[in-house]
Design a protein around this ligand. Structure first.
Ligand code: CMX
Length: 456
């Protein structure tokens, strides 16, 4: 029975040797071209961030260590519906090895023990309690995560000169596992502040897995210690758990260049601890062009449904969309910086809804979400600006949570933030294993660019 840390220890020598060989002997090999366009269009396509866990192919979408979402669903240990456990993909991202059910079970128990209320830092609870209730949940999450830094083993041992560079990864792993474990309670505190005056909505159990604890603490589980404040019946409570498992499983990582992943990786390169690093990532995820789109999509769907006669009325929908585009706003949930196809994560969430027809058939927002996926692409193509007219991940997710009763729009991106911790924190562990240096790209001024262009 080897823990995740023991398993990693065995893998490190061979992987580190491969990395050091490249670094030493091949540092002059070119992997791309940097142009004026790279600087003026948000570094699109620049291959300059080291990232292991996942890759986004414009025409295939996300793969985790080369495996598609479907392959992960088939191969990683999961629930009765085939939705893999976030703990399973955490193990897989860290080790590049498919875990056994027993390994996932042990990691699940380890995370539950680390994240139990007796271990949750009191200061963080107090800080969240003290924040004005109208503080955006993503701001609360970023503040809560930054406050956990006080408990960072990495920061403490580094300050006291107790760790050498070769061992940075061990404290980074320790902090990362604690951070992931603390997320169910932190998230639930933020939610209960929003909807229940700060009073708990459910309980944590060391017997629950990570996702079940999130559901239970949000009061969305039918267990005896959960308030089930949305009055879900048993079937709905099971569906909600599956949705949470599916959602948190597939949002874990989206290679290294997206704002939240990149920010986490960049800040950690200065050896800021994992809590501060991921807090920075969350601040990036809170932007409307990135994770906050999850909230904007729900606002957009509910608002549109209140203005049109039916979610099936194509003419009215088209007119509504053109009004948005003509007022120079974006259609939330559509477009992507890398993808050029419908986001497979969107398709996976859509399949979830389609496999539960009876549950969703009367939900006008879910019907509109599906309808839009057939109408928006043609409109965006005609509009002619956007490189990818298809739905992205945020198109479907929020509205499915909304269906089950999580109606507070501002909260959706917090659930995204729970899931997204897993990929970037995994990368931090490997960054420290490989001993990556502080990131310091070179900036360039308008005059320098002009000189380069006009003299050439
Ligand atoms: N609606 C209207 N216009 C859009 C659009 C959309 N959904 N997506 C892109 N465009 C516009 C851009 O605003 C840009 O216009 P300008 O030239 O006037 O600035 C033009 O099309 C070209 O943009 P692009 O190269 O296709 O897209 P980017 O790589 O610059 O941006 C993204 C990608 C996601 C920020 C953009 O598509 C967008 O704003 N989408 C809506 C917000 C959203 O859903 N974000 C979530 C993305 C997923 C995530 O990261 O979480």
């Amino acid at each position: 029975r080897k823990s995740l840390k023991e398993t990693l220890k065995e893998l490190i020598p061979e992987r580190k040797e491969k990395f050091l060989k490249l670094k030493k002997n091949y540092h002059n090999v070119e992997i791309g071209r940097i142009t004026i366009g790279s600087v003026t269009t948000g570094m699109r396509g620049n291959k300059s961030i080291f990232w292991e866990g996942s890759t986004v192919d414009p025409n295939k979408g996300i793969t985790f260590h080369g495996k598609t979402i479907g392959e992960c669903q088939q191969q990683l240990p999961g629930d009765e519906f085939g939705y893999f456990h976030p703990e399973a993909i955490l193990w897989y991202l860290m080790t590049k090895q498919i875990p056994t059910s027993q390994q996932v079970q042990h990691l699940t128990e380890e995370l539950a023990e680390r994240g139990s209320p007796k271990n949750f830092p009191e200061l963080t609870s107090k800080i969240i309690d003290m924040l004005p209730p109208d503080t955006h949940p993503m701001t609360q999450l970023a503040i809560g995560l930054a406050s956990l830094s006080r408990n960072s083993k990495f920061a403490s041992n580094y300050q006291r000169g107790l760790i050498s560079k070769d061992h940075y990864w061990e404290d980074t792993l320790e902090d990362s596992l604690n951070l992931i474990s603390f997320l169910p309670i932190l998230t639930a505190k933020i939610y209960s502040k929003l909807v229940n005056g700060g009073k708990p909505l459910g309980e944590f159990s060391v017997k629950n897995d990570w996702t079940l604890n999130i559901c239970s603490l949000l009061g969305m589980s039918n267990g005896v210690h959960s308030s089930n404040h949305c009055n879900l019946n048993n079937e709905q409570s099971k569906d909600f758990l599956s949705l949470m498992r599916l959602y948190t499983g597939i949002h874990v990582d989206h290679e290294g260049g997206n704002v939240s992943a990149h920010a986490t990786h960049l800040v950690n390169s200065a050896l800021s601890d994992p809590y501060l690093s991921y807090s920075s990532g969350i601040m990036g995820l809170a932007g409307p062009l990135h994770g906050l789109a999850a909230q904007e999509v729900v606002r957009f769907l509910v608002e549109m449904n209140s203005r049109i006669s039916s979610p099936q009325n194509t003419g009215e929908i088209e007119e509504y969309l053109w009004n948005i585009l003509n007022s120079k706003k974006v259609i939330p949930g559509y477009g992507h910086a890398v993808l050029r196809i419908p986001d497979p994560r969107f398709t996976t969430m859509l399949k979830f809804a389609q496999s539960r027809t009876t549950e969703f058939e009367n939900d006008e927002n879910v019907i509109l979400m599906q309808k839009l996926s057939t109408v928006v692409p043609d409109i965006l193509k005609e509009h002619g600006k956007c490189k990818n007219p298809f739905p992205n991940v945020d198109s479907a997710s929020g509205i499915l949570f909304h269906h089950f009763g999580i109606k507070d729009l501002l909260f959706f991106t917090v659930i995204f933030g729970c899931s997204r911790s897993i990929g970037p924190l995994t990368q931090l562990v490997w960054d420290r294993i490989y001993g990556l240096p502080i990131e310091r790209p070179k900036s360039i001024s308008l005059t320098t660019m002009q000189n380069l262009c006009y003299q050439s």
